[in-house]
Design a protein around this ligand. Structure first.
Ligand SMILES: [Zn+2]
Length: 236
């Protein structure tokens, strides 16, 4: 009887701990899904301090937004600019991994897989904005948790864009355009600090003119922001 009682005494707390842990995980997943995914993603990820991943938004059958009566496609602008950002960073001694360097389809999931596998320290997804109204200027989107390194990256890119004369008044936004608690897929599933950068409006004549005339300066500014962030993150 005594032995049986001891066994019973041991099993109850163990079962309680198990049930509590299980309930806590379920509660976390259901209540704070985005946050939980974010924190799980950060676990056991050791990035390479000299590697950056650049994501040219859209591609292939996904044209993204269009401008100039449908003749101008977001996927072409993002690729043109992304390739120049890559060249800038390579010149400065960084390893740059591109999610695409040609006009091809690549899923959001695969973009994150490329970034995570590359062990990049930072991830920048380049897009162009669009509106049926009169919007113009650049804006940065970061994860709804407002992580400090992601914000630093967004701030540094915006500051560099501002210095070269781009309109940065739209600033930094967290979450997703259609819901502050949601996130852009690339911000949610990349394991490193990330920013989705909207480089002007494809629906704005003046933004397109600046994009075409100053694309080299835009690329250098984005590279400056990335480099500044890497130096600050690595304590240099
Ligand atoms: Zn886009």
């Amino acid at each position: 009887m005594k032995i049986k009682y001891k066994q019973f005494n041991f099993i109850i707390p163990l079962a309680a701990i198990f049930i509590l842990t299980f309930s806590a995980v379920i509660a976390l997943l259901s209540v704070g899904g985005e946050e939980t995914v974010y924190y799980f993603n950060q676990l056991s990820f050791t990035p390479d301090p000299k590697t950056v991943c650049i994501d040219a938004g859209h591609g292939g059958s996904s044209s993204g937004a269009t401008g100039e009566g449908g003749k101008r496609l977001e996927k072409d602008d993002t690729l043109r600019l992304s390739l120049l950002v890559r060249d800038e960073l390579v010149k400065r001694g960084y390893t740059v991994v591109m999610t695409r360097d040609t006009d091809k389809d690549i899923s959001l999931e695969d973009r994150c897989k490329v970034a995570n596998k590359s062990k990049a320290s930072l991830f920048v997804s380049i897009h162009r904005n669009s509106t049926s109204g009169t919007g113009q200027g650049c804006e940065m989107w970061i994860h709804s948790m407002n992580p400090s390194d992601d914000r630093l990256l967004a701030e540094n890119i915006l500051q560099s864009l501002d210095l070269m004369g781009a309109d940065t008044s739209r600033g930094i936004h967290t979450g997703y355009r259609e819901g502050a608690n949601k996130n852009y897929y690339v911000n949610r599933c990349s394991k490193m600090p990330s920013v989705l950068a909207e480089i002007g409006f494809i629906s704005s004549k003046s933004d397109n003119a600046q994009f075409d005339q100053k694309i080299g300066e835009l690329a250098a500014a984005i590279a400056d922001g990335i480099e500044m962030t890497l130096l600050e993150m690595n304590g240099e």
